[in-house]
Design a binder for this molecule. Structure first.
Ligand code: SF4
Length: 377
């Protein structure tokens, strides 16, 4: 069984209506439940939970400290290419945007990697657009070989691949893969992804299954918050997480919370948020995930403001990017090339680390279990 069969049993509208119909009594039952279910999660996501936010935040903070301690993992994205054969209506790298395309060669890639290493990072996330002629499995195999020895972990956020390609990259010590569904609303998915391989909803939906079967150490999930109703998309993300945890129990998981951001190059027809998620609602969502699941890593990127990030870290987050550049070569090779999206928290990593220390957190520059991961190959 793959997640597709689970997913096909659900109806978007029905889930949406269920969430909105939750009452305060449902929220109280969810808060008091010894083991929370996805029905409880719906209540915690619902508007009825808003008056209980402080209570949820206190519980979330307590559960996170108990499981993860006062540690926040830091990582940096390293954009290797802005070439892309897809049209995504919300992204600066979309094929129909006119911009100079750039793919790092091995020398440039190593220059960027060494720049990040010198700044203390020990976990790097290689990111690229989806262009199979240039940034294909062979490119990443060649990239992992020189970059891997520099870091405790190297992760990927690239086009979805076949299972055999993932196996080959795991043999190269690949640590984890992030693959966001963007939206689980199937009937509108194609509006945002009209052209290219990404328009295949089910191929993307089944990517975590292929990763799980290939034996990856960790999988990152998420929805692009704002494309469609964020509550319903978050329910489906949690459903996906629950299925994966039961099916591929040796794999670890993370959830990210990308909010739709402005991007350069996008025209007037660019996707506008269908359902803005406010700061307060994002706090509610993060706490709801933690109350549902005490094991999952919760990750926040530099899309968010420094003010918001500084205040949210103690409520459930366990990892963050810092000092990010979202253009290929953006750290040291080509600092002026076009970004994928605008970042908000532009502080250098040392400043983020100092902020964490001031708040009583230990910044850790890598993911968990590096020794175990290095032994897998
Ligand atoms: S979101 Fe990814 S696949 Fe879509 S245009 Fe941007 S880089 Fe390409």
């Amino acid at each position: 069984m793959s997640f597709r069969q689970v997913f096909d049993q659900y109806n978007w509208e029905q889930v949406h209506d269920d969430i909105l119909s939750k009452s305060e009594a449902d929220v109280i039952r969810a808060l008091e439940a010894p083991r929370r279910t996805l029905e409880h999660f719906k209540a915690l996501l619902s508007p009825a939970a808003s008056p209980y936010l402080e209570h949820m935040a206190t519980r979330s903070r307590h559960l996170t400290l108990r499981r993860f301690g006062n540690v926040i993992q830091l990582f940096a994205p390293l954009y290797v290419s802005n070439e892309c054969q897809n049209i995504c209506t919300y992204c600066g790298f979309s094929m129909d945007n006119f911009l100079q395309r750039k793919t790092l060669d091995e020398t440039e890639l190593l220059q960027e990697a060494r720049y990040l290493k010198e700044r203390g990072y020990d976990h790097v996330l290689l990111v690229s657009g989806e262009a199979n002629k240039t940034v294909n499995p062979a490119y990443f195999q060649a990239a992992l070989r020189p970059v891997n020895p520099l870091f405790s972990q190297v992760s990927l956020e690239i086009q979805p691949l076949d299972e055999s390609d993932y196996r080959m990259l795991i043999d190269e010590q690949l640590h984890s893969v992030l693959v966001y569904q963007e939206t689980y609303r199937q009937d509108r998915y194609k509006i945002y992804h009209p052209k290219g391989k990404k328009s295949n909803f089910y191929y993307r939906l089944e990517t975590p299954d292929r990763l799980g079967r290939a034996g990856i150490h960790k999988i990152g999930l998420g929805a692009l918050l704002g494309l469609e109703d964020w509550r319903t998309d978050s329910f489906f993300t949690a459903l996906h997480l629950q299925y994966l945890e039961k099916t591929y129990w040796a794999t670890r998981y993370s959830i990210s919370f990308p909010r739709l951001r402005p991007c350069a190059g996008a025209g007037a027809d660019a996707a506008q948020p269908a359902s803005m998620i406010t700061d307060r609602e994002l706090v509610q969502l993060i706490c709801a995930y933690r109350l549902l699941n005490q094991e999952v890593d919760l990750s926040l990127s530099t899309r968010e403001s420094s003010h918001f990030r500084d205040h949210i870290i103690s409520l459930g987050i366990t990892s963050m990017s810092a000092g990010s550049k979202t253009n290929p070569g953006g750290y040291s090779v080509a600092p002026t090339s076009l970004e994928q999206f605008e970042i908000d928290d532009s502080r250098p990593p040392e400043e983020v680390a100092r902020m964490l220390s001031r708040k009583g957190y230990q910044p850790v520059w890598k993911d968990w279990d590096p020794v175990l991961q290095k032994q897998r190959g």
